[in-house]
Ligand binder design. Structure first.
Ligand code: IPE
Ligand code: IPE
Ligand code: MG
Length: 235
């Protein structure tokens, strides 16, 4: 692996709807194209020897979209899991899902649980999808769990550290992202991995997600390679 590459890349896959509207298609065509890009980027990440890839696919706030769009997205997700989980198992990928998975339709929850179980022993790229995800809720839940442990006497308040909080997040088993990519030009985080991206390098491209090809991905890696990460120190 190229030592200048990030170990963990997180991506806010934004702009499907605008991409579709730009060419006079309904928004859902953008989501279909978006799935193709997911495939392409997973393959590119594998080829580049990236260890962790985390994709923001559906936020807690996205439930407030029109019912027809939400249903379409759930259908796409279900189809994606049917088609890809077996392939992931065979290709040595680890499938992971974070977010409030209980909000998702039950058949999807079941497929995800099976996918996580069946790929757990794999050793390649860890691909994490964020569904019904809200970073603020994740942090609030972590606090609730820690408070419960304090009440049970398992931990003392003065023993709570940053590490304790990290270990109670959905991402407990993942290192923090080194690089956060957002497509479609928006300069915001939209409630994604607020705690975990403290020192991530940010890369925003004007390309809509359906336009984010392997070349665009490599351009993001290239830009990352030129950054000087200082972590508050003087180098
Ligand atoms: C990202 O594209 C996909 C999801 C949030 C599900 P959008 O659907 O947000 O597309 P835009 O941002 O409206 O163009
Ligand atoms: C963020 O995109 C969520 C995902 C990409 C899944 P949104 O389109 O929902 O974010 P806003 O509304 O532009 O902040
Ligand atoms: Mg959007």
């Amino acid at each position: 692996m190229n030592p200048n590459h990030p170990q963990h890349i997180a991506i806010i896959m934004d702009g499907n709807g605008r991409w579709a509207e730009k060419q006079g298609f309904p928004r859902i065509r953008g989501h279909e194209m978006g799935v193709r890009r997911v495939e392409e980027i997973i393959r590119a990440a594998q080829d580049e020897g990236i260890k962790y890839l985390t994709l923001y696919a559906f936020s807690k706030e996205n439930w407030q979209r029109p019912q027809a769009e939400v249903s379409f997205l759930m259908g796409l997700l279900s189809q994606y899991l049917d088609q890809k989980l077996k392939e992931m198992k065979k290709n040595n990928l680890v499938f992971n899902a974070i977010g409030e998975l209980r909000d998702l339709p039950e058949p999807i929850q079941k497929k995800m649980a099976e996918g996580m179980r069946d790929t757990r022993q794999n050793t390649g790229l860890v691909i994490t999808f964020a569904f019904s995800y809200s970073s603020r809720r994740e942090i609030a839940e972590a606090c609730r769990k820690i408070a419960g442990e304090v009440l049970k006497g398992l931990i003392k308040p003065e023993e709570i550290t940053e590490q304790t909080l990290s270990e109670h997040l959905y991402t407990a088993n993942l290192p923090d992202p080194d690089l956060l990519v957002r497509t479609s030009g928006e300069m915001r985080i939209s409630n994604f991995l607020l705690w975990q991206i403290s020192y991530a390098e940010l890369y925003v491209t004007e390309k809509f997600w359906p336009e984010f090809t392997r070349e665009e991905f490599l351009a993001a890696l290239d830009a990352y390679g030129k950054r000087e990460r200082r972590f508050g120190q003087i180098l």
